[in-house]
Design a protein around this ligand. Structure first.
Ligand SMILES: Nc1ncnc2c1ncn2[C@@H]1O[C@H](COP(=O)(O)OP(=O)(O)OP(=O)(O)O)[C@@H](O)[C@H]1O
Ligand SMILES: [Mg+2]
Length: 388
């Protein structure tokens, strides 16, 4: 969808802001550009909508070389969100959001109708906020109006330059989550600039880690964190990357332990300890998770499992992140959590223990290292076939 081919930007004073950049962003893909201040992120972005012209190299949008597209036409296909939002102070929130469609010749009433839908989509009730002016909004609310406005002309491409940079961490996380949900629905092709590796990891399908004017690594979040391509990337993603990996590694069925399982209407199992277990998982008639039973309660009770079973609050669907698993354990002060299959009405799949969580983390690091090796092999094969 967006393709950079050997793009260099040298400013008049000799600064090389971007140096021989080549990469591609697929349709509906969200790529985050992350790197320290001055490394060329904004320059990269502004070349896509021709606010800045490259010194050499070419940029393609949907297969068309953008140097041949009239900039005004081009920008209609590209929504642009900037850090300072840039709302018109003298226009209401609704009119701000309706600006672009209105400029594109959509009738005012129609444009405002669409604007109201978009405000709703970004979590601002148009009845409450539509008639306010930007100064009457919080920073986070202004950011949302900025996103709504960028979406208003329904462009296939969105450029977002530190759109959540100006808000505090709590609001920022909230906006990130909302934006992810929104992106699930609208599936735009997005270039998203940030300073913040956490943000890059949370939002990006892939991440481009910038060094000075160059991309040091362009890969999935889990590979960037688990197998940094260079020393520079390793430093940039930080020593606590194992922790960050938790948030991008999903729980898989193979990670789970299979403890003893009993059903609600079974008689109490008298000798769980004898089988080496301190507890069992309790399922209902549908094999859905009900709770758990301690060996001790099983021993002292008389009737069925139902009488002694405890409800289990610490559970997650398979596919949830290891980070969620970890925080669920902490929250419930639990030594393990149950994992269920939400798709088949909560069928119990197994349990995740801290030891298994650790293994899963190592597994995902190793898998990423293998993936990189495999890609290298394929590249070599392609090159040798091409050369033959
Ligand atoms: N008009 C200009 N003339 C000369 N140099 C410029 C110009 N605009 C940007 N630069 C330089 O180009 C480099 C890249 O700038 P750019 O704005 O792309 O960085 P950035 O990665 O977006 O940084 P930040 O994270 O601080 O926004 C910087 O060294 C900057 O000083
Ligand atoms: Mg910038």
């Amino acid at each position: 969808m967006i393709r950079f081919e050997n793009v260099t930007k040298r400013y008049a004073d000799g600064t090389t802001a971007v140096d021989d950049l080549s990469f591609e962003v697929g349709e509906g893909e969200l790529v985050t550009l992350v790197g320290p201040s001055g490394c060329g992120k904004t320059t990269t972005m502004k070349m896509v909508n021709r606010l800045i012209e490259p010194t050499s190299g070419r940029i393609f949008l949907d297969g068309d070389d953008i140097s041949g597209i009239d900039p005004v036409q081009l920008r209609r296909r590209i929504g642009y969100v900037i850090q300072q939002v840039g709302l018109f102070p003298h226009k209401t929130v609704l009119d701000n959001t309706a600006t672009v469609p209105h400029l594109l010749g959509v009738r005012r009433a129609k444009a405002r109708e669409r604007a109201a839908e978009l405000l709703d989509l970004v979590g601002l009730d148009p009845a409450t906020f539509g008639d306010r002016y930007p100064e009457q909004l919080s920073g986070g609310q202004r950011q949302r109006v900025g996103v709504a406005r960028a979406l208003a002309a329904d462009p296939p491409v969105l450029l977002m330059d530190e759109p959540f940079g100006a808000v505090d961490p709590v609001v920022r996380e909230h906006l990130q989550n909302e934006f992810l949900r929104l992106q699930q629905a609208v599936r735009k092709t997005v270039l998203f600039v940030t300073h913040d590796i956490e943000e890059a990891v949370r939002l990006g399908d892939r991440i481009a880690v910038y060094g000075n004017g160059r991309i040091e690594q362009f890969d999935t979040p889990s590979t960037v964190l688990g197998a940094p391509a260079t020393e520079y990337v390793a430093d940039f993603v930080g020593a606590d990357r194992g922790l960050k990996r938790l948030s991008v590694t999903p729980i898989e069925v193979g990670d789970l332990e299979q403890p003893p399982v009993v059903h609600l209407d079974d008689p109490l199992p008298k000798d769980l300890e004898g089988e080496g277990a301190r507890w069992a998982v309790v399922l209902d008639g549908e094999n859905n998770l009900h709770g758990w039973l301690s060996a001790e309660h099983a021993r002292v009770g008389t009737g069925t499992v139902r009488e002694q079973a405890r409800r289990m609050e610490a559970w997650l669907p398979v596919g949830a992140s290891l980070k969620q698993a970890f925080s669920t354990m902490l929250q419930h002060d639990a030594g393990w959590i149950a994992v269920i299959d939400e798709k088949s009405e909560g069928r119990f799949l197994g349990v995740l223990t801290p030891a298994r969580l650790h293994e899963a983390l190592r597994r995902s690091t190793a898998a990423d290292a293998r993936d990189i090796a495999r890609e290298d092999v394929e590249l070599e094969t392609v090159a040798s076939v091409a050369g033959a």
